[in-house]
Ligand binder design. Structure first.
Ligand code: XUL
Ligand code: CO
Length: 436
């Protein structure tokens, strides 16, 4: 019996279609810049919001009607949810999904029971993957919801919390490997602090570095070859999270000798919470060779927290795709909808509308970005803007051959700098609009 009876396989119908349950832009097999849209975008559905979101907020309980969910913590309920998940993902035509250990399987009364529950559900996930061809983009361990992690996990003042988290990551790595997961994510929800009066920051960061090394070592031991990713976020739930933004993460990874093992999973609403655009975060990670994957969503300009809305803004998705294409596209990563429907959108069909819209908005952004790149107006402008560096002097400075003395000699001879050229921001913003 289908859980979304009113939905059949979502089809591409083209830009003229008014059918809300069809794609206007996402045409999986269509080739853009030499690669299919399916392979460029690598869409992924998240288990936590989509299968486990209830619509609760700090002011009231859940609102979502989910006829398949009996509200219990039972394995039967969790197994039924796997059927629901795969029906939805298959109807959407998304090739991937992602989960936390505790989204898919109930937490038991002991670590041993939680491990057993997780293994039981993983067996069903594997069967469903084999039956549908849907693949696991990434797994991650939830080390932030349970009260035992109130002070953090790897950065807790309580050594047992560190050990518990280590045990959870060990199991989650095993399951992610078993399911062919292409990445493994760490999002440090409580790896930060509320107040420095009670915090040994140096010791916490040292422990976080150790923790990641333990994971890297164990992955090597069991032959897990997926890409490790850190997901930056500056705050919420803590006042300050150590993985605040791309630059902070990369500095941490470099300081603790972890750079060869990690890339970043960048999330739009996390970028904006950090006071950056998503374009900035993508470019920063990209030029360091660390653009791994994205959590696709959007915040709300008028709200200062992580609202995790589905992306519907073509400016945003075009900017994302411009940066992703600039840095060579995804290898192990994808466009993972870490997004949730609003509390008022309480019916199962709202999940379908949300994903169809998000996928279409990204597909359209991909096509617009490819058109902008094909004409080359923006890249040519940037190239010309920096052309004074394409000189013998530029070569000397960029390769380290110049010295303060040589530059002083050059400037004494020249007297004044060559005239500046306009940044032409307004013209470039207008050019961008030509392609929308
Ligand atoms: C929280 C968030 C997480 C991570 C996975 O803001 O984005 O759901 O994506 O732990
Ligand atoms: Co996320």
């Amino acid at each position: 019996m289908p859980y979304f009876p009113e939905v059949s396989q979502i089809q591409y119908e083209g830009p003229q279609s008014k059918n809300p349950l069809a794609f206007r832009w996402y045409n999986a097999g269509e080739i853009v810049e030499g690669k299919s849209m399916r392979d460029h975008l690598r869409f992924s559905v998240v288990y936590w919001h989509t299968l486990r979101g209830t619509g609760s907020d700090p002011f009231g309980p859940g609102t979502m009607i989910r006829p398949w969910d009996d509200g219990s913590n039972s394995l039967d309920n969790a197994l039924r949810r796997v059927d629901v998940a795969f029906e939805l993902i298959e109807k959407l035509g998304a090739p991937y999904y992602a989960f936390h250990d505790r989204d898919v399987a109930p937490e038991g009364n002991s670590l041993a029971e939680s491990h057993a529950n997780f293994e039981r559900i993983a067996k069903s996930l594997k069967e469903h993957q084999q039956a549908t061809g849907i693949k696991l983009l990434w797994g991650t361990a939830n080390m932030f919801s349970h009260p035992r992690f109130m002070h953090g996990a790897a950065t807790s003042c309580n050594i047992d919390a560190f050990a518990y988290a280590a045990a959870q990551v060990k199991k989650c790595l095993e399951v992610t490997k078993e399911l062919g997961g292409e990445n493994y994510v760490f999002w440090g929800g409580r790896e930060g602090y509320q107040n420095l009066y009670n915090t040994d920051m140096k010791r916490e960061l040292d422990h976080l570095g150790r923790f990641f090394h333990l994971a890297v070592d164990y992955a090597k031991k069991i032959g897990f070859t997926g890409q490790f990713l850190i997901e930056p976020k500056p705050k919420e739930p803590t006042k300050h999270q150590y993985d605040a933004d791309a630059a902070a993460c990369l500095n941490f990874l470099r300081a603790y000798d972890l750079l060869p093992h990690f890339k970043l999973n960048l999330e739009t609403n996390h970028a904006t919470l950090a006071g950056h655009t998503m374009m900035h975060e993508l470019d920063y990670a990209g030029h360091q060779g660390a653009l791994g994957s994205i959590d696709a969503n959007t915040g709300d300009l008028l709200l200062g927290w992580d609202t995790d809305q589905f992306p519907t803004d073509i400016y945003l998705t075009t900017q994302c795709m411009l940066m992703i294409l600039k840095h060579g596209g995804f290898t192990s990563g994808g466009v993972n909808f870490d997004a949730k429907v609003r509390r008022e959108s309480f019916e199962p069909i709202d999940l379908v509308h949300a994903h169809v819209g998000g996928m279409d908005t990204f597909a359209r952004g991909l096509k617009i970005a490819a058109a902008i790149r094909a004409d080359g107006l923006l890249t040519n402008f940037v190239k010309t803007r920096y052309s004074s560096w394409d000189s013998e002097l530029g070569r000397q400075i960029e390769t380290g051959d110049a010295t303060l003395e040589s530059l002083e000699r050059y400037m004494l001879a020249k007297g004044e700098i060559a005239p500046n050229a306009s940044g032409r921001q307004e013209m470039l913003e207008n050019i961008f609009n030509l392609y929308l």
